[in-house]
Design a protein. Sequence first.
Lengths: 250, 173
Amino acid sequence: MRRRPGIGGLQTAAAARDQYRLLGENVAKLRTDMMKEQLATFKSQLEEFARKHKNDIRKNPAFRAQFHEMCAKVGVDPLASNKGFWAELLGIGDFYYELGVQIIEVCMLTRSLNGGLISLQELCNHLRQRRKKDREAVTEDDCLRAISKLKVLGSGFEVITIGKKKLVRSVPTELNKDHNQILELAQGQGFVTVEEVQRRLTWTSGRVIDALETLLEEGLAMIDNGNKDGKCQYWFPCVSSVYSFAGSDT
Amino acid sequence: RFRSKRRPPELYWSLQPVRDTHEKQIQLWKELILDYCKAQKVFLIGVVEDFPLFSNSAIDRTLSHEARETFLSAIVGEGSAEWLDKGHRKCLILWHRIQDWADIILHFVKENGLEDSLMTVEEIRSGTESHGTKLQGIDRTILMRTLKLLENKGKLALFKRTSADDEGVKFSV
């Protein structure tokens, strides 16, 4: 619009700005409305999808993972509550709830052997053994989801990453950096020696022994001093998976 | 062949210094030893002798004397074994307690219609009737103890005709 000089012109300019602003607001509102509508459509399509593929979601882990991704994209959390539409339709709340309970059981059963720290991989192995008859496969992804729900319940469960492995901690033991570094080192052979830790991390022997003793006290490590070279080995069940007590025969 | 659901991992071949871990270790070895002895019908363990469970050549580990004594003493402590000597060198394993063996003998007597019969002690542990039963090959010391227990309960009478004879048993079940 061409500006016209004088007060009239100023008023016109102001009116023009107002109109633009209104238009801007309208456009914004329009966009929001459109988005909301798109979202609503998407959600209902998702619900339709879930309804149709309920069985697949329960039985097929890969499918289930993709479904979660889709939900995440539209900001839907099918696990948000155990009641309500999603839980009722899919029974997915139950699935993760049951899994969570089984995870707690496995962790408690193995706690005296591994000190309350178990590798995610081994946890999944135990779970698969237990669930064989149900023929409902579980993946590490499923476990992580179930554990995140457990966390919300304040159950003290935590997933920590050490080196290449994810470990599930089911006791309130706080591990500091020194402990974590030793655990990472132990992933190589399942054990470490004082000399090895000293050499590879360039610590004083005092520092090494301190850390190892805490790990021993917490039940996370066990000693093995039967080696011919006379060096005491500190073994870590949580990273070595040397044993399996899930009813497997030797 | 002995197959166990549980095998002590490499980690437990050394006695553990931390108390909780040590207790878990003892628990595992107790169960393993009893399971093995029951499956293989082993009644006697010589602490200083070779015993298949106490070594694993694949990982080059063997239980120390102290460890063996610790685990066996734990079994003795819960009443499922007895030291036969003060030096703790020989351990009698009661994977069935004497009372259990007594029940087994009573069952054996009834199953075979031996209520009023005579048998020698040796026949009880190696005769045709005991073939394939739990009594086959039972350790003689354990058997004698069991028979004495049953005698005290009036279920049988032990006797010997001549010094050359094996001891005999007259059941009165």
